[in-house]
Write a protein of this length. Structure first.
Length: 342
């Protein structure tokens, strides 16, 4: 994250691993795990500050805007009440900087923080820190843990370095945030980006291989070209006009893993409705209601790894606008799936 070896580092929280049934084929298990932390595109993540001086808050706001200004479908909206936010931000200076990863924030109690900043954010290192932690919340892991990086560590020196000031990390924290290689079911692609905002800076002596990084790694800070490419690919801008999901009409879905279909619902009667997918696919299904020109989460379901279909039920009102989004993790053996409203 910087070229200074004496800076403190992000200590991301351990992932909350969803148990999966035994016997899933390897490709299905990988795709389910890969999508588990990613948000349905078009989601508006609401964030709230639990405390903190205004300059630090403004630095975080600016970092959210920097991600959003890349032109993506994921939205960010500040709210006053932490209980109304998926992302709750603290500034505990004794707790370092960290975030939960992706949708793991939904498993955290509404009175607890999901992100913390433990040092000043108003300099360039602070800007990169804010971008880094928001990257975690969007579903990005640490880049230096990419299994395709080929990094061979001097593990004894790594543990020694992170146990010293200013980090004072336990061996478990060092292993989780540095030495543990991510599984191939936790990363997209097959390349390593040493310039990524999710990549730590490392001083000389911690890396044995690749040889050219023995003197250390010094990412330039900020978002790299590959960071930009990744977020635009996974969270592309969504069209303003969406196809209608008509009641009692099955709509086939032709999606690749990670792709998404979006539909508009405009009920002609106020009543309880059901929305569900059909087929053997693993999907995440989310329903939003438009309130004051903003889409608000109404209901959601995820059948990934289970022998059932995503399904949700909600009362919809005539004259209001709703949007349903379905993201596919695994298409099943046949590759066929569909969605229906009734």
């Amino acid at each position: 994250m910087t070229d200074s070896p004496v800076r403190p580092y992000c200590a991301a929280k351990p992932r909350i691993v969803r148990p999966l049934p035994e016997g899933l084929v390897a490709v299905r298990q990988r795709l389910v795990r890969l999508m588990a932390q990613k948000w349905v595109n078009g989601t508006v993540l609401h964030y709230a500050f639990r405390e903190g001086p205004e300059p630090q808050r403004q630095a975080v706001r600016s970092a959210f805007e920097e991600w959003k200004d890349l032109g993506i479908g994921l939205g960010f909206q500040e709210v006053d009440e932490p209980g109304e936010a998926e992302v709750r931000i603290s500034f505990d200076q004794a707790d370092g900087s960290w975030s939960y990863v992706g949708r793991d924030v939904l498993a955290i109690g509404t009175q607890a923080p999901t992100m913390n900043f433990g040092w000043d954010l108003t300099d360039e290192y602070g800007r990169t820190t804010a971008l880094h932690e928001i990257g975690h919340t969007m579903g990005l892991p640490h880049e230096h843990q990419n299994p395709f990086a080929g990094i061979v560590w001097d593990e004894a020196r790594v543990y020694e370095f992170f146990a010293a000031a200013p980090n004072h990390w336990s061996p478990e924290t060092t292993h989780h945030n540095v030495l543990r290689k991510l599984g191939q079911d936790e990363v997209e692609g097959s390349t390593w980006d040493p310039d990524s905002v999710m990549q730590y800076a490392f001083p000389e002596g911690l890396i044995k291989e690749p040889a050219r990084y023995q003197p250390g790694i010094s990412p330039p800070g900020g978002l790299s070209g590959k960071d930009t490419e990744w977020v635009r690919t996974f969270y592309p801008v969504l069209p303003d006009a969406l196809p209608a999901l008509e009641p009692f009409r099955s709509t086939p879905l032709t999606l690749a893993p990670g792709e998404q279909a979006d539909f508009e619902i405009t009920p002609d009667a106020s009543r309880k409705y059901q929305v569900a997918t059909f087929g053997a696919a693993d999907t995440t299904l989310v329903l939003f209601e438009e309130v004051d020109a903003e889409l608000r989460f109404l209901a959601g379901d995820d059948d990934s790894g289970e022998d059932r279909n995503s399904s949700l039920s909600a009362k919809l009102f005539r004259g209001r606008r709703y949007v349903v989004r379905v993201r596919l993790a695994w298409a099943g053996q046949s590759g066929d799936t569909a969605i229906m409203l009734w």
